[in-house]
Design a protein around this ligand. Structure first.
Ligand code: 2HA
Ligand code: ZN
Length: 275
């Protein structure tokens, strides 16, 4: 099968374009990666080339040794993915030590995988283990309202989670484990990757102050839907804060507990503090 005809590639391209249409990917902002299934790699084997050089990832992910990923390219624009996926995307393979990668397909005009490859792969490793292999998608976007909130809310997991839960009833059901927050750091390197993957041990969402958001999920629909839900909730909070008056009413801790019971989700008590 042709790489571009594979269902997972089509789903990946659609997600890139959906993110672009949301306004989350100005210029070359944001990146997406998918951990490819064995049977999906088998289907496209004929089109993969094994002659490229091995390159350093910039961190080590031993549990991902030998895994294959579809990733967006460094400096590439989400806006262009749908028009020329072979220029914007690549399929990479990791070596047996989990410290190097090589390009098997894509990036036909040169280039390398996303500048956030260390963060993506460290998050993949943590989430693969935490989800028993189910999580396959890591998504980073420059979500406007969520970024705006990082200037006015304390950069604490408890505050972001609780405030965003309160903005829409579906939120605690969509991200019951909450949201982690990373203070401002230099992007692209191992340090921010370590800080993010540490949070991803307990959360599926991490916010980078003054930068954007990372989400992890099982498939494209769930991961895009998670990012969309958090960002929509952030948009409501921005509107509420912009109206200038205090909230007259909201969802209370006991109401969250009632929701948790009926919707059969665990909501950690650390987010249900008295204000
Ligand atoms: O430009 O979003 O974090 C890609 C990025 C870096
Ligand atoms: Zn970014």
């Amino acid at each position: 099968m042709k790489v571009l005809d594979a269902k997972f590639v089509q789903g990946f391209i659609r997600m890139c374009n959906d993110g672009w249409l949301q306004g989350w990917h100005e210029r070359n902002g944001g990146n997406l990666s998918y951990r490819i299934k064995e049977e999906e790699i088998a289907e496209i084997k004929d089109e993969l080339k094994e002659d490229a050089d091995w390159q350093e990832i910039g961190t080590t992910v031993p549990k991902l040794a030998g895994e294959y990923f579809l990733v967006t390219g460094s400096g590439k624009y989400f806006r262009n993915v749908i028009l020329d996926p072979e220029d914007s995307l690549s399929i990479i393979e990791l070596d047996e030590s989990g410290s190097k990668y090589r390009i098997l397909w894509g990036m036909v005009n040169g280039g390398r995988p996303t500048s956030e490859l260390p963060s993506h792969l460290m998050n993949h490793e943590v989430k693969m283990i935490a989800s028993g292999g189910k999580h396959r998608v890591i998504y980073h976007a420059h979500t406007t309202n969520t970024i705006a909130l990082t200037f006015v809310l304390p950069l604490e997991d408890e505050v972001f989670t609780r405030e965003l839960w309160e903005m829409a009833t579906e939120c605690p059901v969509v991200f019951p484990s909450g949201i982690g927050v990373v203070g401002w750091m230099v992007p692209g390197g191992r340090d921010i990757a370590v800080a993010t993957s540490e949070l991803m041990k307990q959360y599926d969402v991490a916010i980078w102050a003054h930068h954007g958001m990372f989400c992890s999920g099982e498939d494209f629909d769930l991961t895009f839907g998670l990012m969309h839900t958090v960002e929509k909730s952030a948009e409501i909070l921005v509107k509420v804060l912009s109206m200038g008056s205090k909230k007259l009413q909201t969802i209370t801790p006991d109401e969250f507990r009632a929701l948790a019971k009926d919707f059969k989700v665990d909501l950690p008590e650390k987010f249900l503090y008295e204000k």
